[in-house]
Every structure is written in structure tokens, then in C-alpha cells.
Design a protein. Structure first.
Lengths: 184, 184, 184, 184
């Protein structure tokens, strides 16, 4: 905080991106791909372990001033990863398909984003099992297949796997950081 | 079957569409919408009850000659309804968005469509809970919101709810009809 | 109801035992045992389909005047079937063990019997999958193994399977009958 | 290992009890009880995160020479914690009831202990949610209620909560230690 007690833009950025932004220039190796799949596999259990003891009041706290509530973060992960799974399957079955982005901020305001988090934890358990079953069986050629995101551009599946491994860790860290700060 | 023991095109059609095709001309009333939501809510339990006793061999049988295996039907329902849920949320957060169709026949050949059906049964349980939570909270204005499907055209949410109620029943009936025919 | 508008004891009995009491004298055949296992397998899906559309208010209605709420019935099924599963495994690993009964009426008053029904629906899904995996692999000799219930006496596993097939249907029918009566 | 390449009894003990045995003399405080409940709540997610990436071959490896396979450990946790939950509810509804122990080594040889671990992971998710709902609502008087274990003696619920928090961590650590040793 600065001298007037406000959060500086730098502090906001640190709260928002606790593990940094995804770095599209990082080299993608066979080893880093294996780690990315393992991270995708482990995420639902880690998220569950991180939030299962929280009360409804705690789940409704924002992870940072002005940010989503923990509840919205959890439902967002289910929404985002369903979209991701679908994009990857589109890339596997069509030639560089242009995928449909979604307005994540507006989705987080829909009524289902206020529901019981257990539902999205269960959804993530099942979704990531299917996702990993898919990823574990891709050939090197398939990892090079791409989808086209209207904003972020042509994305090979190998990069998408890294992005979503990062994305899961990104939000889990937001949750864990609030828990630590609040001493829950 | 005709005299040469083959299945006639009419019989194929009956096996494929056991409850008929979805009739886009049917009137959509408040009562039929309530029934559609209830059908979406009840589907995962009905599907589970219909398939849970089947062995892996039985799950790998096609529901009709030349058709998908029961396993593929179950995984298809998870895929299709994730796409449907996403389309409906797109319609709620954008103006008549053009949604991205998917090649369902190719998706059914991907490795995750050969996995344990329990995963997709769990996914459907959780997905439909969230879906119904969304649908139960829509206003009359929201039910009129639309997405644009490149092939089937502009679709209001009220119609989409009817279509997916039909779609769940359509595939559950395929499964149940095979069970009955095989006396499982 | 009688002329004074009260429910007669006979009507109470019919509401309480909508499919009758379990008949311990019924012959146990290989076919009836197969049916019992299938009924145990299908129960969680049927129960889920029957209750998933109900609101919290509806779930808190008693299934009959003075009886448990639907919510208590659902949590009772999870409690009862965990106990049943444990009893059957005791019988398979000890010689006619005397099992520990439980006070089901008091259990239904504990705080966890007021919780979200989705938890017990998930528990039943998983528990019955493990249970059926066990039952599907028993030898004819194992089906004759017994546990000793302090009140109901020595019970072979084959009879226990029939009892719990009945028990699931018994409570599902209570739930469905209230739905029908209330036109939910 | 000693000079002949065998594992010494001390090493065996360390592999078997990686966090030590439960110490019945440890003081039970309000803070340690809160930690115990949190540990019970977090265990299913931690276990899931630890095992979800493992192949069937890896799951069938013993956690120590001559010990249970990881698969058996996972199914044992579901069995053990169902028994624990039932014992605690017996203590809450009867006066110091004598509970029925079970032969855990024989249970681990039954056919359901060879099944898909996802089933027991799901069962643990749901069971621990109900369990924590129960524990979170106990009064100080209820925490003093007891069950009588024929071998380990009279056990207050507060101690039982500590024992099962230890028990979950005990087995999770066995699993994690094998992963680390094998560099999985």
C-alpha cells in the first residue's frame, strides 16, 4: 500500500497474477508438456483441498479488492476448462478452426456462478479425468494441431496444454494466497 | 427386416430416432418449458440407472447396426450438453452470437470417447445441476434471447431447452431399447 | 381418511410401506438374486432422477404425516447402505459375525441429516458401484455366508441382497408417491 | 538397507509409519481439534491430487515391499473412514456403544478392493463432506461422548477425530513417499 493506504497498481497486479502472466515465449519441451498434463490432472484435487473447509461467507469474499469472490473463481474454472476442452477437441477434428471466445466477466455474473461450489468441484474432477485421458493419448503430430483464437491467434495444442496448466495454478494460488492472508 | 434379413431404411430410421426427430414447429408453452427443464434435470439419473449394470462388453455394443456403441452415446451426451450449456451462456451474455458447431462423429472417435463411462456420468450429474440452476433463474426476457447456429439458424433459449430435453430422451431411449431387445 | 378426516392406521401403513414389508419367506433363486443386484445397481440413478428437481422446501416435506422429510429419507439411504455394505463385508471375512445395529431414528436427527442431498446422492453413486462390484464377484459358497443381526437373526448374504434391493425400492417409492400426490 | 541388501526392521517401520504412529498421549486442545477437522476435510482432495496421474500399473505397486498396493490403500481409506463415520454416529446416539471392529487385511483382499480407484475417491469426497458437516456442529458435550473399541478401549469423539486426521495423513504420506522414491 502507498502512504494513503491505497493499493498501488503494482500491488494489484501482484494480487491478480500471483504466479505471473503466462509467458508465450517459454520453450515447450517434452518434459514441460508432461509436467503440464500432470498439473492439469492434479488441479481439481488441489482446488478441492484448498476450499473444502471454507464457509459460505468465506467463499463469497473477493480474492483481491474488487476481484471475483472465491466462489466465482471456482465456477469460472469449470466454465473456462469446459471451453478449453472443447477448443482442443475442435482442433483435433477440424483444420485450424476458429473458436468462439466468451465474455468471462459476464459469465461470472450469471445465476449459476452463485451456486454451491461442490457442483463445480465435481464437474472439474470428471472433466479433467476425460481431458487427461485425451491428452495422454495424443501423438506428436496431434500436439502440433492448432485452433485459431480471434484475439490470441493460432495456438498449437502443446501450447494450449501449457496455458491451462498455468491457468489452473494461477487461480489456485489466488485462493491459497487469500487463505494465507486471512489466516483461515 | 425384409425377406432377405436386412434391415429396411424405415427400420433403421426407427432404431435411430426411437422418439422421432425434434419437431421445431411444436408450440412452446410455459408448461412445456417447465417439463423440458425437469427432463434436463432428471436425465443424468435416468441414464445412470439405465447403464450402470452393463458390462464393458455390453457398453461396447452398437445401439443399432452400424451405430455408435452405448459407450460412445454416453460420452457424446457429455460432449453435446457441455456445448449446449456453453451456447446458452453465450446467448445470455452476447447479442445473438454465432456459435461454433462441432463434428460430433469425429469427436466420438477421439480417445476419451473410449474411456470409463462413470466419468461422463459424473460429469453429466454436475453439469446438469449447474445447467438447471441457470435455467431455473431465467426471466421471460432471457428465454427469448438467441444464439445463431450456422446450420440450424437463430435459436431462442426456450427452444434450445426443448431441443436438449428431447436430445437426452432420444439417446436414453436408444440405450433402453437395446437393453430390451437384448433382454439384458 | 375416515369420516373425521384423520388418516386411519391402515392408510398410515400403506403410506409407510408402499410396496409392502420385506417378506423373509420368499424363495431366493438365482434369477431373483440377479434382479436384486440389478436393483441395487440402478437405485442411485432412480433416486437422483426422482429428487433432483425438488426445491429445498419440497425436500423438507415429510413423505407421510409424521414421517421423515424427503431429505432425511435420502440421507438415511446413504447411512443404511453404508451399514449394509459393511455388514456384508464382515460376513465375507469372519465366521457369522454379530453386527452392530444402529438407531436409525436418532441418526436421522443428527446435523448431517439436514445437509445438501447432493452429497448423499454422490455417496450412493460411489457406494453402490463398489457394492455391485463386490456382489458381482461372489461365489455360490460366499452367498451362503452369514452375519448375525442381534434382532433379526442369522442372515445369509443372498437374503441381505434381496432385503437391500427391497429397501431401496421401498424408500424410492415413498418419495415418488409424495411427488405424485403433490403433483410436483 | 543392510549390507546384504535387505531392508532392516527399522527401515520397514519407517516405510510403514512415515509420520509415526498415532500418539494417544498427545494433548487434545480446541486448536488441535480444529486442525484435525480441517485435515479430515482436506484429505480427499490431497489424495486425489496425489494419485490421479498414476497408471493402473503404478497403482498396483506396493507402497513398501510386502505392503498393500496403492490401489488397496485408497480403497482401504474409503472402508476405514466409512467405519469411522459410523462409529462416531453410534457414539452420538447410544451410551458408550461397543463398536464392531473389522479385519482390514481381509477386506483388502475382497474383489471390490481391486476396482477403479476413482470410485473410492468419489466416495471419500462425499463421505468427508458429510463427516465434516457432522463434526462442525458438535457441542463440547458431544465431543466427550465415547464409543468402546473392543481392543483400543473407550474413545472420546475428540480423540477419534485426531486419530482419523492422523490416519488420512498417514496413508497419503505412504503414497507420496512411493511417488517420490520412484520419481513418478
Amino acid at each position: 500500500m502507498n502512504s494513503t493506504g491505497n493499493i498501488t497498481p503494482e500491488e494489484q497486479e501482484k494480487l491478480r497474477y500471483p504466479i505471473g502472466k503466462y509467458d508465450r515465449s517459454q520453450p515447450l519441451t517434452e518434459a514441460s508438456l508432461r509436467e503440464a498434463i500432470d498439473a492439469i490432472a492434479g488441479m481439481p484435487g488441489e482446488l478441492r483441498a484448498a476450499v473444502v473447509t471454507l464457509s459460505d461467507e468465506q467463499l463469497d469474499m473477493p480474492y483481491r479488492p474488487g476481484g471475483w469472490s472465491l466462489r466465482q473463481v471456482i465456477h469460472h474454472l469449470a466454465d473456462s476448462h469446459m471451453n478449453a476442452y472443447i477448443r482442443m477437441k475442435l482442433a483435433l477434428t477440424e483444420e485450424n478452426p476458429t473458436i468462439k471466445p466468451y465474455e468471462e466477466a459476464r459469465w461470472a455474473e450469471l445465476p449459476d456462478a452463485q451456486g454451491d461450489v461442490e457442483i463445480s468441484l465435481d464437474l472439474l474432477d470428471a472433466l479433467h479425468l476425460r481431458w487427461v485421458l485425451l491428452l495422454d493419448n495424443l501423438t506428436p503430430e496431434q500436439w502440433k494441431r492448432t485452433f485459431n483464437h480471434p484475439e490470441s491467434g493460432v495456438t498449437p495444442l502443446a501450447m494450449a496444454a501449457h496455458v491451462y496448466a498455468w491457468h489452473g495454478k494461477h487461480h489456485c494460488t489466488q485462493v491459497k494466497n487469500l487463505r494465507e492472508k486471512m489466516e483461515w
